[in-house]
Design a protein around this ligand. Sequence first.
Ligand code: FES
Length: 56
Amino acid sequence: MIVCVCHNISDRKIRQAVDAGMDTMPQLRENLALGTCCGKCHFSAKQVLKKCVSDK
Ligand code: FES
């Protein structure tokens, strides 16, 4: 599922980033540019991040 349309970032990509140690929104923003365009994905990205971190 695509979470960030602007940067074509899927939930799988977020999971891979979390597995690599990027487990905060600022880190994802910095490394993947997640949410740095229109910002509409911010809420859903946060939800996905939360789920990935809790699954760790
Ligand atoms: Fe993520 Fe636009 S959908 S910045």
